[in-house]
Design a protein around this ligand. Structure first.
Ligand SMILES: C[S@@+](CC[C@H](N)C(=O)[O-])C[C@H]1O[C@@H](n2cnc3c(N)ncnc32)[C@H](O)[C@@H]1O
Length: 268
């Protein structure tokens, strides 16, 4: 778990504050125009999908995917970065014992940045990817073709909520969500945690990353959300799940933190 050393300055930043934005603009002038363009687009999409975060974010993904599928899941249009972040997720789970016979659900699988490696590693039919964005799932299908993974029969399913009601009880030994809750308001995470325990096999785990703050919880443009660890740990407990802060993930060059949720019996 986290120790008592003072938090790094980046964990205390409130990126929604005007002061932070002005300082950032002064030190990154080349980002001002793209940011304003993004803010204007998001404003238009938010008006269109008022009160519907999933509809709003699906529209953001449609717009971003049309420009660059790799940037849509990673923020920067770099194939090297796309490969590296996928590899990092894969190596981490393999080091934590991911076996070919595991049954995996990836929530917010995107265009299979890590998913293609999981699909390759797992037995046929053992990978299930879901995402709110049909546009990025079409790109996911292209990734399956590019890596010749048809024989692995991955499932790729669009969803409009995280109730997981179309999936069977105790079906998955590993559930994975990378850079998804960093784009989710608390009610979306709450919905996921309320239902994920049902599809998680006894002894299985659910790993997710999140943008951690040690200061005030906040969001930027309704797209990037920053949470305190204890908020998410409490939410997990409310739904009968035990949370562990993954210290070894902190050592990787990623920037987000990771929690692992299990059923209480498996945690003892
Ligand atoms: C930053 S991308 C990361 C994709 C993938 N996990 C990866 O690491 O490449 C976030 C993905 O989560 C999806 N997403 C966002 N909110 C979601 C939700 N509530 N349910 C399912 N997918 C969601 C987005 O459409 C997008 O594909």
């Amino acid at each position: 778990m986290q120790d008592a050393t003072p938090p790094e300055p980046r964990l205390l930043k409130n990126r929604s504050r005007l002061g932070h934005k002005l300082r950032y603009a002064l030190t990154h002038p080349q980002r001002i125009v793209p940011h304003l363009r993004r803010a204007a687009r998001d404003c238009r999409l938010r008006l269109k999908h008022r009160g519907d975060h999933v509809g709003f974010y699906r529209a953001v993904m449609a717009s971003d995917t049309a420009r660059s599928p790799e940037a849509a899941v990673g923020g920067v249009p770099s194939h090297a970065r796309w490969l590296a972040i996928g590899q990092m997720q894969y190596d981490y789970l393999v080091a934590h014992g991911l076996r070919p016979e595991d049954r995996m659900l990836e929530i917010g699988c995107g265009n299979l940045r890590a998913g293609w490696r999981f699909i390759e590693h797992l037995e046929p039919g053992h990978y299930y990817g879901i995402d709110i964005s049909p546009d990025i799932l079409i790109e996911a299908k292209k990734t399956v073709v590019r890596y010749g993974l048809q024989r692995k029969l991955p499932y790729l399913t669009p969803v409009d909520d995280l109730k997981l009601d179309f999936l069977p009880d105790a079906a998955f030994t590993v559930v994975h969500a990378h850079s998804v809750f960093s784009h989710s308001p608390l009610e979306v995470i709450d919905e996921c945690l309320a239902h994920v325990g049902r599809v998680l096999a006894p002894g299985g785990f659910f790993d997710f990353t999140y943008d951690r703050t040690e200061g005030h919880e906040h969001h930027v443009l309704g797209e990037d959300f920053y949470y305190r660890t204890e908020t998410l740990v409490r939410l997990a407990a409310k739904h009968g799940l035990v949370a562990h802060f993954m210290d070894d993930w902190e050592r990787l060059p990623h920037g987000q933190s990771k929690l692992r949720l299990t059923h209480p019996v498996a945690a003892s």
